[in-house]
Design a protein around this ligand. Structure first.
Ligand SMILES: [Fe+2]
Length: 270
């Protein structure tokens, strides 16, 4: 997929992640209506930062893996006059995304080529398992795509965190073969950033010369540095990123100014 942009202007990306949409949009999870919190974030992002933006959806798009849930999400995203690029999380079914979500302005590709940049989207999911893993095929996609675009800066996106977060329970579900992943990334200094979801909290760290970034979920947030599962009383949000022609990334996390109605802080897992 190719997009053109003014070479002097940055490319605007909006990352939204971990919607956990339910089959019945009236139902709640952790006490909140994930449909309503997703729509509130989408509208805020579109209205305040969405001009000429490309939306990047970094997995756990649904909690209930059904055709109806994906088709409802597709109908919501079709109303945006913006390209939307998806990748799957551990609660998703990649084949259902391919068949029931990706059409019109909604895409499911391993690579997006933009003016001066390439964005690589990987599938780090293991069927039936919350942990992350990049298969030999996905590692090969990463290497081949990077090798194929020597003139572009690169942003690599996946669902699982390749780094520890400091929360023991979450770190059992990180990318288990991060060593192989970084062995490829290290060979391509043109990779400027890695973007991921899954951890329902913000990370922004420099690691091996590049920037690793995650953002809040559109629904409930996980408490940072927590040994066991714990929710955080923080509002839902998203991240905008500007990819500059010189390879620089500027970015900011935006949170809504309210916590989703009904959030049950006593929830003990999901
Ligand atoms: Fe999630």
């Amino acid at each position: 997929m190719n997009h053109t942009a003014q070479s002097t202007k940055p490319i605007r990306i909006i990352q939204i992640t971990d919607f956990h949409l339910l089959a019945d949009p009236r139902r709640t999870m952790m006490g909140i209506n994930t449909e309503q919190s997703f729509l509130a974030v989408l509208e805020h992002a579109w209205r305040n930062h969405g001009g000429n933006a490309l939306f990047l959806l970094t997995g756990d798009l649904v909690q209930d893996t059904s055709i109806a849930t994906y088709e409802r999400l597709r109908d919501r995203l079709e109303m945006l006059s913006a390209p939307c690029y998806c990748l799957p999380g551990n609660h998703d079914d990649p084949e259902m995304i391919r068949q029931h979500l990706a059409e019109g302005n909604i895409h499911y590709h391993s690579q997006i080529l933009l003016d001066g940049w390439q964005i690589i989207c990987l599938d780090s999911t293991i069927p039936g398992d919350p942990c992350g893993y990049l298969t030999p095929n996905q590692l090969s996609v990463l290497e081949t795509k990077l090798a194929g675009q020597p003139g572009r800066h690169a942003l690599v996106c996946l669902h699982h965190s390749p780094l520890d977060t400091g929360s023991d329970w979450l770190d059992t579900m990180k990318l288990s073969n991060a060593k192989e992943f970084f062995a490829i990334i290290d060979r391509f200094p043109r990779v400027k950033g890695i973007v991921y979801g899954h951890i329902h909290q913000v990370m922004d760290v420099q690691y091996r010369g590049l920037r690793l970034l995650s953002c809040p979920s559109t629904c409930f947030q996980f408490k940072p540095k927590s040994k066991d599962f714990a929710l955080d009383q923080m509002p839902q949000g998203y991240r905008w990123l500007d990819l500059h022609p010189n390879g620089e990334i500027t970015t900011e996390v935006i949170r809504l100014d309210f916590i989703p109605k009904g959030l049950d802080m006593g929830s003990n897992g999901y």
